[in-house]
Ligand binder design. Structure first.
Ligand code: TNX
Length: 520
């Protein structure tokens, strides 16, 4: 996607402030002790800097308009904001390009801004959001959270629609802030995936990693290999009907995410977790014996045969079609939990598939086990169990931090939580919040990390309501880990802010866990 910038090199916040100071801008204020302008707010993730302006707040009324530049991307964000504001307020909220109109919400590109940075300033007379195109979209989410939760209502409700007079200067700590949805163990419809994307957008996440193939199901149409989805997509955990996305449906998901500045990272897990593919193509297993469909949840037992050219011919077809469907830079090749191949065969496989992905113009993400192979410096390894991620650093590859005891959002909240698993940990909201990706793993520093991701494996999750229950409020907590400077984060502050989001989730129809740690 156009605004999904390369994750590195990243510029430390301090250097950006210094740069802004040199060109005469105040730059982000350092978070610090109570100042006279300190503002209480409920924005999640907490912005880098927020201070109160003199004077009255802004009030939306029947005259409020949205003024955008005529850059199509910004105009589209303006239309999305208008669509959000109209139902609850009942105001017409025209979207126009007339810059002289008073009482307006103005969205402006700032050509010197980078990444997802934005500034938001509110006075009695206007609201201005400026930044990159993606930054403006992020700033709109902040504006949304500065308004009463009832702004999310799809029926007209009473205001007043007051926005406090503040100035916010904001940008993310990490370039990669994601979640993963496992659509293989249980299948989720296009509409359910879009609902999940809406949740990511509200909390300024910018990556949705889709786990598209596993033992139980193959979920994406591959036109040159139609058997994969037709035979491999027919069931799921527990034996339900499963399903798959046609390429047109998948492209619709990608476009929906792109409009929200979220990159879809497609994962085809291999060489293990491949039973569904082998049902369709038994010639790719070393034994050639056609396997049965699988609907239970053990892992580690299936594998593509790494010594057959047919294996790489199929992978080439799959990656070529996926690359054509992927505007983002990355394709995820899995690589986890292979218990039936030799070390040498595993390494050879990963290196060959890495070359295939690069030949199709994309870069590789893999679970941390791929660190055992020779990686390209542009490859990303996803830490989950901390046993081989540091090996990936030998080649200059960087890490996505998804340590299971902190970031696995498919774990139970408490031993009695009905949904979820327990193998990695029991994970309350504060556990997700209280860690620093830059100090979590010995041998890994901030410069080795592109960001954080919260995987949601779906062995126990049969619909999006169940996914939401495990994701909320832990995904907003992880979003703050990824966005907000470490020095500006505090659990006691977060728990109060996130409590105020419950009415918003109720209006949005989002299921959530009422953690006893949060003062609802
Ligand atoms: C481990 S995490 C897996 C998945 C399971 C998950 C359940 C990883 C790379 N592999 O196959 O679904 O645990 O929490």
């Amino acid at each position: 996607m156009t605004e999904h910038r390369p994750p590195h090199p990243r510029i430390p916040a301090a250097l950006i402030s210094l740069g802004l100071a040199l060109i005469g801008c105040p730059g982000p204020r350092q978070p610090g002790p109570v100042s006279p302008t300190r503002v209480t707010h409920t924005v999640v993730p907490a912005p880098v800097s927020i201070r109160a302006n003199q004077g009255e707040p802004f009030r939306l009324d029947s005259m409020t308009s949205i003024v955008t530049t005529n850059v199509a991307e910004v105009a589209r964000t303006g239309q999305m904001l208008a669509a959000l504001l109209r139902p609850a307020t009942g105001f017409p909220i025209p979207v126009i390009t007339d810059t002289t109109r008073p009482g307006a919400i103005a969205l402006r590109l700032n050509t010197s801004a980078t990444g997802e940075a934005y500034e938001l300033s509110v006075t009695r007379d206007s609201i201005r959001i400026s930044g990159t195109a993606s930054g403006i979209f992020r700033g709109v989410q902040t504006l949304r959270q500065l308004m009463p939760p009832s702004i999310e209502s799809d029926m007209r409700v009473n205001g007043p629609w007051v926005v406090p007079a503040v100035t916010i200067v904001d940008q993310p700590r990490f370039a990669w802030r994601g979640s993963m949805l496992d659509v293989a163990r249980h299948f989720f419809t296009v509409d359910e995936v879009k609902q999940f994307i809406d949740l990511l957008a509200l909390y300024k996440l910018n990556v949705l990693h889709l786990h598209l193939a596993d033992d139980q199901g193959w979920r994406i149409e591959i036109k040159s290999r139609p058997r994969l989805a037709e035979l491999g997509g027919v069931t799921q955990v527990g034996g339900g009907p499963g399903g798959f996305y046609t390429q047109a449906e998948y492209a619709d998901i990608v476009r929906y995410a792109q409009e929200r500045y979220i990159a879809i990272v497609p994962e085809i897990d291999m060489p293990g977790h491949t039973n569904a593919a082998l049902v369709a193509h038994p010639e790719l297993s070393c034994s050639r014996v056609p396997p049965a469909l699988y609907t239970r949840t053990e892992v580690g037992w299936s594998a593509f045969c790494p010594n057959k050219e047919e294996t790489y011919a199929l992978i080439d077809d799959v990656i070529r079609e996926l690359a054509a469907l992927t505007p983002g830079r990355y394709i995820h090749i899995g690589g986890d939990e292979v218990e039936v191949l030799t070390h040498e065969d595993y390494i050879k496989f990963v290196e060959r598939v890495q070359d295939i992905v690069v030949r199709h113009g994309k870069e590789v993400v893999g679970w941390e086990e791929i660190g055992k192979a020779r990686l390209r410096p542009t490859t990303l390894a996803q830490l989950w169990k901390s046993d081989s991620a540091v090996l990936a650093l030998r080649s200059g590859a960087k890490l996505i931090m998804s340590p299971a005891p902190k970031a696995y959002l498919d774990m139970k909240y408490t031993p009695t939580t009905e949904l979820g698993l327990t193998w990695a940990a029991i994970i309350e909201v504060s556990d997700v919040y209280n860690w620093d990706p830059a100090t979590y793993q010995a041998g890994v520093t901030e410069s080795n990390i592109v960001g954080v991701e919260g995987p949601i494996w779906s062995e126990t999750l049969r619909n999006i309501t169940a996914v939401q229950y495990l994701a909320v409020p832990r995904l907003p907590a992880l979003a703050e880990v990824g966005w907000t400077p470490q020095s500006a984060r505090a659990w006691d502050d977060f728990r109060v802010r996130i409590a105020a989001h419950a009415p918003r989730w109720n209006y949005l129809g989002v299921n959530y866990y009422r953690s006893p740690q949060v003062p609802w």
